[in-house]
Design a protein around this ligand. Structure first.
Ligand code: 5AD
Ligand code: SF4
Length: 348
């Protein structure tokens, strides 16, 4: 049984030795339950066109300062096949949210072709937002087997505060449920350090992951983007605080959930040059190298200060490898690196 009070205390630690103890305990838990192998998910940001308007996000619909793009099928194949040839076990296709048939059919076709081109061996994760169950089902049948959809915050009131009319917390929950019912390994997560978010909210977020029997977690620090309504919080948001809070969230999530996959997100590296390595050292076991062509990268900035905007995928691979070996971890090349939790759930 998880004691909510203990969890809250973990997230409230302030003294350096206490925080270091927490991190060490999380790392030991990681070694015991998922080992010291890091799995890569090459992420291809296929389009920044979005029908949603989340207040915190740099590519929200109403941000007119963004040059919108949509990668061609061929560009997507080139990036995906590069990942496959480099022995990355899997890729993630991510984009702004669109539910129109033209988009959903295109994804189905892309999945079918990608599976054929890689003999069904390349693992494909989707991160394409809220969709109806039928669409999730079609994409699953076409070969996607993991899906990422962050709850962003498990506090419905806070969710409402950071999303305009037309966004619905209930629908988000329904989508997570549908994804599980269809059979995906489901990933969710939150933004850490959103204005008005409390330590109680973060405590509840981890309990939410547990209750929802989530397989994969992705959490990143909130980073202000100046072309969003949250610009009014400029000066009030301390990136470094959000960074430390995120590390504590990763550590506490590892200690409580044990056998799930946890991503060390790029947003950590946007704040600290070795942010992703630190994420691995406090319990994360997944890294998502960006494979998007350089010419599109500047247009896919959900937050400011996104790293490696001028580094292509090949440079990124060499750099990452060095960084991972430097902290004594290994890389699970050619493996899907599925969440052990998902299989244990099946046995149950
Ligand atoms: N800071 C941090 N994370 C953000 N996201 C969107 N905007 C921001 C921001 N300003 C995250 C959301 C979304 C994911 C793809 O990016 O959690 O689900
Ligand atoms: Fe669109 Fe996702 Fe950004 Fe929300 S967070 S505006 S859904 S891209």
């Amino acid at each position: 049984m998880i004691d909510k009070k203990d969890l809250r205390e973990m997230l409230s630690l302030e003294e350096k030795p206490d925080i270091e103890n927490l991190f060490e305990k999380a790392y030991q838990t990681k070694l015991r339950y998922v080992g010291n192998k890091v799995y890569f998910r090459g992420i291809i940001e296929i389009s920044n066109i979005c029908s949603k308007n989340c207040y915190y996000c740099g590519i929200r619909r109403d941000n007119k300062n963004v040059l919108r793009y949509d990668m061609t099928d061929n560009e997507i194949f080139v990036a995906a096949l590069w990942a496959y040839e480099q022995h990355y076990g899997s890729i993630v296709l991510q984009s702004g949210e669109r539910e129109d048939k033209q988009f959903t059919d295109r994804i189905t076709n892309l999945l079918n072709t990608l599976k054929k081109k890689t003999d069904g061996k390349l693992g494909i994760t989707l991160s394409l937002g809220e969709q109806n169950k039928d669409t999730y089902q079609k994409w699953f049948e076409a070969g996607a087997h993991r899906y990422l959809l962050r709850i962003e915050t498990s506090n419905e009131n806070l969710y409402r505060r950071h999303h305009p009319e037309g966004h619905s917390f209930r629908r988000r929950l329904q989508c997570l449920q549908d994804l599980q019912d269809v059979g995906y390994q489901v990933g969710t997560g939150v933004i850490v350090g959103l204005p008005h978010q409390t330590v109680d909210d973060l405590t509840e977020d981890i309990l939410f992951f547990k209750e929802f029997d989530i397989d994969m977690i992705g959490m990143g620090p909130f980073i202000l983007h100046k072309n969003t309504p949250l610009v009014s919080y400029n000066g009030l948001v301390k990136k470094e605080d959000n960074f430390l809070k995120t590390l504590k969230m990763i550590a506490a999530t590892r200690i409580i959930l044990r056998d799930v996959n946890i991503a060390s997100t790029t947003a950590l590296q946007a704040i600290d040059p070795i942010g992703r390595e630190l994420g691995l050292q406090v319990g994360a076991n997944i890294i998502m190298p960006v494979l998007t062509e350089i010419k599109y990268r500047t247009s896919y900035q959900l937050y400011e200060g996104k790293p490696c905007l001028d580094e292509n995928a090949a440079q990124c691979r060499g750099c990452l490898e060095k960084r991972i070996f430097s902290i004594g971890e290994k890389i699970g090349y050619d493996q899907w690196g599925d969440s052990p939790h998902y299989f244990k759930k099946q046995e149950r």
